[in-house]
Design a protein around this ligand. Structure first.
Ligand code: AMP
Length: 291
């Protein structure tokens, strides 16, 4: 059996040809037949690299740290093992908890739970703030197997006793770096205290700040770390942000171009019109440029 780790991807990233040669089929991942059918319906033919590397240890019940950004297929990387595990075992109570930083992400993750979990007989609820508590309470009372939640509103429900987490078998912390940036770490710690110590924990994050390493050590001991190709800009690239009033933007840009010690520069504008206007000014300065 080949795995994604069997060959380094080309420096240009995971090209289609590389994927074809190196990745398994979903059918080789020992997934539930209903999941395989749902994957086919979704048009997912092969696991993405993060899926190929995460799903086997996740199915084996291991704690996992997935270093991957949105767009890599990370959602299915944790949703598939959750669905597989919940299809077996004793139903009753919330058995999987997925915590996300934003409502949009919570909805997106739940959409994946619904589409990949079709026909599995599992129920899910989405919990986030800014909307009424009552419909969420009603959904929770009716009984759900999977909760997808943002930290603040989940704590509200925990405080009211409208959600019980003492049967949770799998915890996912999705986009943990964003949750940390948004100040959710104390909330996460409180949620962790309400969960059974014996559980599987998967944490997904684009990067691992020291605070997150501490969280991993306590919440997901002995985690298998899965990292896919570096998708951040090269460390040789410097970033700078210049907050300037509108009428100084062009002047600042031209000044920066005067001092740029590089042969080629790429500039993005919001509109075509602005690109054309800027082109005229740049050419007038003596640069050769195209829009
Ligand atoms: P994510 O990184 O989880 O936000 O996923 C990014 C996009 O990739 C989503 O639109 C998924 O529906 C899609 N996707 C996830 N896994 C696969 C796969 N194995 N094959 C094709 N598309 C996929």
């Amino acid at each position: 059996v080949k795995t994604a780790a069997s060959a380094a991807p080309p420096s240009s990233g995971y090209t289609d040809r590389w994927l074809q040669r190196n990745l398994l089929n979903f059918s080789e991942l020992a997934l539930h037949p209903t999941l395989l059918a749902n994957l086919r319906d979704q048009g997912f033919e092969r696991p993405t690299p993060i899926q190929a590397e995460s799903i086997p240890p996740a199915l084996a019940g291991k704690n996992l740290v997935g270093l991957a950004q949105t767009g890599t297929g990370k959602t299915a990387a944790f949703v598939l093992p959750i669905l597989q595990r919940l299809s077996a075992g004793r139903p009753g109570g919330v058995r999987a908890l997925i915590v996300t930083p934003t409502r949009e992400l919570a909805e997106q993750v739940n959409a994946t739970v619904v589409s990949l979990g079709r026909g599995m007989g599992l129920r899910s609820a989405v919990i986030y703030g800014g909307v009424g508590m009552i419909p969420q309470e009603r959904a929770l009372r009716a009984g759900v197997d999977i909760v997808v939640a943002c930290p603040g509103r989940l704590l509200d429900h925990m405080g009211r006793g409208t959600v019980r987490l003492d049967r949770v078998e799998i915890l996912v912390l999705d986009e943990a770096d964003r949750m940390f940036d948004m100040g959710f770490l104390p909330a996460i710690r409180r949620i962790l205290q309400a969960l059974p110590a014996k559980r599987q924990t998967m944490l997904f994050s684009a990067t691992l700040a020291p605070e997150l390493r501490e969280l991993v050590a306590s919440a997901a001991p002995e985690a298998v770390t899965v990292q896919i190709g570096q998708v951040r800009p090269a460390h040789t690239i410097a970033h700078a942000l210049y907050p300037v009033p509108n009428h100084h933007k062009t002047g600042l840009l031209l000044e920066l171009l005067r001092h740029a010690n590089t042969g080629s520069v790429l500039i993005f504008t919001r509109t075509k019109h602005r690109a054309n206007r800027l082109l005229q000014l740049i050419v007038r300065e003596g640069h050769s440029a195209a829009a």
